[in-house]
Design a protein. Sequence first.
Lengths: 89, 441
Amino acid sequence: MGTLTPLESEVSRLIVETLNLPDMRAEEIDPDAPLFGQGLGLDSIDALELALAISRTYGFQLRSDDAENTRIFASLRALSQHIGHRRTI
Amino acid sequence: MLGLLLSDAARVVAWRRGRPIDSRTFCGDVARIARSLPERTYVLNVCEDRYAFTVAFLASLLKGQTNLLPPARISGICEEIASDFPDSYCLSDNPLADLNMEQVSLALSDEVSSPAAGFPEIDSDHVAAIAFTSGSTGRARPNIKRWGSLEMGARLAQRRFGLHCETTPTLFATVPPQHMYGLETSVLLPLVCGLPVYAGRPFFPDDIRTALAEVSRPRVLITTPVHLRACAEACLEWPPVELVISSTAPLSTALAARIEQVMRTRVFEIYGFSEAGSIASRRTLDGDHWLLYDGLSLSAVNGDLFVQGGHIPAAVPLSDVVECLEDGRFRLLGRSSDMVNVAGKRASLGDLTQKLVAIEGVQDGAFILPPSRGGAVTRLAAVVVAPRLGERGILNALAKRIDPVFLPRPLRKVASLPRNETGKLGREALLALLESAEHRR
């Protein structure tokens, strides 16, 4: 897998720390793998926890009807791009 | 009931995509969809949009069909249910991928339907729905819900919470319509009692806030402790909500107080379970006494407690341990050891274990509920004996057959399980095994 951008590394650490995922280290998350279902295997409870961590760290609220939203959880890369666009902190 | 719907053509039945849908449109949609459905006994109604679900629900009832309600929108689960009910098809507004059975797409159009000529009444004995719960045998257990019982349950809730169509409180829900709690409160209560319902299923706190702000007061929010905690922590400005109802797991008084403050509301809880439906309520801040719905009663037979009356024709055993008080009141004491609750979703450890050991290559295994760490959601753990399989592969196989919230964190491979001479596994021994497996990593 390719190298992570600084923001992707930061978001990767946020995911692992917020969700207390056993066995997963931030550097190991494949930036293009799905976050939900297959891939990292996150579920709806994780989505709520992540939304809270993102709002506290980056200062904006996640919404389901963001035009890109069907894609923002598609991968670490997609999520990091979304955060890059919408962050206020 | 259906006569009430038709007589007031302008009454708002639902709010969908920012617009009100009136009774005339709803009845036209129901009639049109009913004409398009295949001739089958059962329909797996997995519609996501609440309005679509309700149209599908009523349309299929008018065709004399029974709605099968899977515990999750997962293909493997739907196929398993269909294997027990072969004369069935799947109906959805958002088709399931990789589903190995007949699947019909429900499409609501924006065209104005011609007015419905009239609907026959639904027989109160008709089996309107079958709700599936996790049993301890590895196979989902069917819970029969007849139309008359569902109708009465809705009226009992209406009475308990004082919801009358004259004041048109709009109901918003974060729970799926397939779950008994969501079916009762966000499908039947609006349908039977003539209350408008929000068609979407808001998820993030900001989604919920936006949805509430779309419709004027009064507003009722039907949700769960998981969502209320997310809302409380999001630090948002909330529009006032007249009533918040929570269920599926106990709500702490601290969280109830916080929500009452930020939403300028009163928080009530419903206590119920799929086998019986909703049976009691309380205002969380008033204390730990629950009050049974009108007409219900608890009775003890050989030390086991049963609930009966109202919308429950035959006595149903309680799965929680309960202390009976006077005047229809009771206090909850605890849970039976096989049933677990993860973030409001209920499952049987025995059922989950069956599904684990059914995976090809798994020789033995067990699910465990570790002690709660307080605060965050406690996840299930599992140990497995599967020399030729990797943990990822086992998790992927499980994900096809169980709700994702029950996926074990962690899943640990071990050489063998600590069974005693009778083959039983003690919880303490399992926890010790799990801990030593953690230390070896």
